[in-house]
Design a protein around this ligand. Structure first.
Ligand code: SF4
Ligand code: SF4
Length: 136
């Protein structure tokens, strides 16, 4: 049976240039879609993936990633913008890969378009006022 999983991979800088996704395809027959990739120099890498394949292959592929020292978490199901906490500082605008935040050029007010959000969680740390919250 074919299964699909959305996961967030966090890996150390030493693994950033390793052909990890290549092995998922070649050795485990998995198909994947990169929803978000972010690597900063001398920091850890973060990859949001949708992986699809036979259940057994999926489990083996995930074990392969874990054995390499990669942290794997399920992609959170939902994200909430707590409007009353938002100060419209704009810190989330540059960080969001899908441009889910919009700033009104006249009022400089920020708004959140939930439909564009892929729940990558990057704005959670970026928001200094804790206006973004994850719901599991
Ligand atoms: S979680 Fe935040 S940064 Fe990620 S897509 Fe959604 S709004 Fe943008
Ligand atoms: S970073 Fe937080 S407070 Fe600033 S505009 Fe975005 S959601 Fe609002």
């Amino acid at each position: 049976m074919v299964r699909k999983k959305r996961v967030v991979l966090t890996f150390p800088h030493s693994l950033v240039d390793k052909p990890i996704t290549y092995h998922l395809v070649k050795d485990y027959g998995l198909v994947f879609n990169i929803l978000k990739a972010r690597v900063t120099p001398r920091e850890e890498g973060r990859l949001v993936l949708e992986i699809e394949g036979k259940r057994e292959n999926l489990n083996r592929g995930i074990k392969f990633l874990k054995d390499l020292g990669i942290k794997i978490e399920p992609l959170a199901q939902d994200i909430r913008w707590i409007e009353e906490r938002c100060t419209h500082c704009g810190a989330c605008l540059a960080i969001c890969p899908t441009r889910a935040f919009i700033i009104d050029p006249k009022t400089y007010k920020v708004s959140f378009n939930k439909k564009k959000c892929i729940v990558c969680e990057l704005c959670i740390k970026a928001c200094p006022y804790r206006a973004m919250e994850i719901k599991f």
